[in-house]
Design a protein around this ligand. Structure first.
Ligand code: TA6
Length: 267
C-alpha cells in the first residue's frame, strides 16, 4: 500500500513482512531506499531491500532461522487513520505457527510515518504471555546510494564492534568516519543515537531511540553474486545502516512493552 502525506512525502509498505519498500521525501523525486531488481515478493520471502524487520532474532544468533520470522510473515493493518496523513500501523500477533517456532504470546506493532523530509519507523513489542521472554531485533534498512564505495558513515567513533568478516571478533572503532571499500558486516554496540550517511551530493541523518546498537552491512561483490535475489553489482548502490537491540537481548515480563525507532531525515 502507498502511504502518502499531504505534503507529498510517500512510502510503499507491504503487509508481507511489514516491509517498507520505497520512500520518497516531500519535494524530492529521488527514491531513498534500495530494492534489488531481483527481489522476490510474497510472504515466503523477505524483499531484498527496503526495510526488513528482524524479530524475534537478529541474524543467526539463536535457534530460529536467520533474522527471525517477522520478515517472512504476513502482518495486518490495524489503524484507522484519515487518508494523506502519512501514517500506517501494521500488527503481528502470535499464531500457532509462530508459537511452534518460538513458544511465546506477543504483539508487535510497526508504525510507519512519512512527512516532509523524514521517514519514521517504530517497532513496539508487547509481552501478552504469562511468562517473561527475551528477544533481539533490528530495523534493517537498505539505503539507496549512488556509489557505496564513495559513501561514509559518521557517528561510530569510540564504539566497539563485532566483525562478522573476522570470525565475530570485537574491535574498537578508532576512525572518525567509516569508509566503505568492500564487504562490511559489523554490529556496533551502544552507539550514538545519531548516525550520518554522507554521500558527496547528499547526507541522510539517521536517528534512533530504544535500539542500543547499529549494524553496517554491505555484501560486497561476492555477497551479491552468491544471493539470487541480488543482481551482481547491487553492492555499489546500497548500504544498510540498521538500528538493533542485538548485543544484549531485551527481556519483557508479562504485560511489559518495549519500543525502538529509527527516524531518517534527508538533507
Ligand atoms: O544485518 C547484516 C546481516 O546480518 C548480514 O550478516 C547479512 O547476512 C545480512 O544481514 C542479510 O541477511 P539475509 O538473511 O537477508 O541475507
Amino acid at each position: 500500500m502507498d502511504v502518502v502525506h499531504a505534503d507529498g512525502a510517500c512510502a510503499r509498505v507491504f503487509l508481507d513482512g511489514a516491509q517498507v519498500a520505497s520512500w520518497i521525501p516531500a519535494g524530492s523525486r529521488d527514491e531513498h531506499l534500495f530494492v534489488s531488481a531481483n527481489a522476490r515478493y510474497g510472504a515466503a520471502h523477505s524483499i531484498r531491500g527496503g526495510i526488513p524487520i528482524c524479530f524475534p532474532q537478529f541474524g543467526p544468533f539463536g535457534g530460529l532461522p536467520q533474522h527471525g520470522f517477522a520478515r517472512v510473515t504476513r502482518w495486518r493493518r490495524c489503524d484507522e487513520r484519515p487518508a494523506a496523513d502519512g501514517t500506517v500501523v501494521l500488527r503481528l500477533d502470535d499464531t500457532e505457527i509462530t508459537r511452534a517456532a518460538w513458544p511465546h504470546r506477543f504483539r508487535v506493532d510497526l508504525a510507519v510515518q512519512v512527512a516532509g523530509a523524514s521517514l519514521s519507523v517504530e517497532l513496539t513489542v508487547t509481552n501478552t504471555d504469562t511468562a517473561a521472554f527475551a528477544f533481539t531485533a533490528a530495523l534493517h534498512p537498505y539505503f539507496r546510494v549512488e556509489n557505496a564505495f564513495a559513501t561514509i558513515v559518521r557517528g561510530l567513533h569510540g564504539t566497539r564492534f563485532r566483525d562478522a568478516l573476522r570470525d565475530g571478533a570485537m574491535f574498537d572503532e578508532t576512525s572518525d568516519v567509516l569508509t566503505i571499500d568492500g564487504p562490511l558486516d559489523r554490529v556496533y554496540a551502544d552507539t550514538s543515537d545519531l548516525i550520518e550517511l554522507v554521500q558527496p551530493h547528499r547526507t541522510l541523518r539517521i536517528a534512533k531511540r530504544g535500539f542500543p546498537d547499529t549494524v553496517v552491512w554491505n555484501p560486497g561483490a561476492a555477497g551479491t553474486a552468491s544471493r539470487p535475489d541480488f543482481v551482481p553489482g547491487d553492492e555499489h548502490h546500497m548500504l544498510c545502516v540498521e538500528a538493533g537491540a542485538i548485543m544484549r537481548p531485551i527481556v519483557l515480563e508479562p504485560g511489559e512493552q518495549w519500543s525502538g525507532a529509527q527516524v531518517m531525515e534527508a538533507r
